[in-house]
Design a protein around this ligand. Structure first.
Ligand SMILES: [Zn+2]
Length: 186
C-alpha cells in the first residue's frame, strides 16, 4: 500500500480534512487529522493495519496504549496471528497493565499505536514491557506525525508520515485571506 492509497482512504473517511483549523495548541493549520474516523470502518482498519503489519519484524505478541492504539493493535495482531494486549490510563493518568494481562520473560513485543507525535505513550508502554522482563523488538504506527523526530532505540515503522504545517494566528495565511477558522471535534 503506497502513500497515495493510504491518503485516499484517509480523505474518503474524512479522517484527513482540508480547510482552516484552530488546533488545541492555539495554532492554525490547513489540514486536520482524526485517526478514529478511519478506524470506525473495520474494513479499512483491517486493510491499513495489515499493510503496517507487513513492515514489522517477527515477534511473539502485540501491545498498544489505550484508547488510540487499541484498534490498531488488535488488527495488527489479527494480521500477524499474534495476541494483543493493552495498557490503559490509571487515575493518575499513567499507563498501566491491568486485567491480568501477562508479559512473559523474554517475550518479544511489538508496540503499536495509531498516531505518534511526541511518543510519550509509546515510551511508557515500552517501559511496561521491559519492567516485566519482556523485549520490545519494534514500534509500529499508522501515522508518524513527529516529522521524523521521534526515536525509541528500536526499529520504527509507520504506514505514513504526515507533516501538518501549523501557523501562529498572527502570521496565518488563511486568516490573511479572511477564511473562517473551524475548531474540529477533539
Ligand atoms: Zn488562521
Amino acid at each position: 500500500m503506497n502513500d497515495t492509497e493510504v491518503l485516499q482512504i484517509f480523505r474518503e473517511t474524512q479522517a484527513l480534512l482540508e480547510g482552516h483549523f484552530l488546533l488545541r495548541s492555539g495554532l492554525h493549520s490547513r489540514q486536520y487529522f482524526q485517526c478514529a474516523l478511519v478506524l470506525q470502518y473495520p474494513r479499512y482498519a483491517e486493510q491499513l493495519c495489515a499493510a503496517l503489519a507487513a513492515k514489522l519484524p517477527k515477534a511473539d505478541a502485540v501491545i498498544s496504549p489505550a484508547m488510540g492504539g487499541l484498534f490498531v493493535g488488535h488488527e495488527v495482531g489479527r494480521a500477524l496471528g499474534l495476541k494483543h494486549i493493552f495498557a490503559e490510563k490509571n487515575a493518575a493518568g499513567k499507563l498501566e497493565l491491568r486485567r491480568n494481562f501477562v508479559v512473559g520473560p523474554g517475550e518479544r513485543f511489538l508496540v503499536v499505536e495509531d498516531v505518534v507525535t511526541r511518543g510519550g505513550r509509546v515510551q511508557e508502554t515500552m517501559e511496561i514491557v521491559r519492567q516485566r522482563g519482556g523485549n520490545v523488538v519494534a514500534v509500529g504506527m499508522l501515522v508518524d506525525r513527529s516529522g521524523g523526530q521521534v526515536g525509541f532505540g528500536v526499529p520504527l515503522r509507520s504506514l505514513l508520515q504526515l507533516n501538518i504545517e501549523t501557523f501562529e494566528p498572527a502570521t496565518c495565511p488563511m486568516c490573511r485571506e479572511g477564511k473562517p477558522v473551524v475548531k474540529p471535534g477533539s
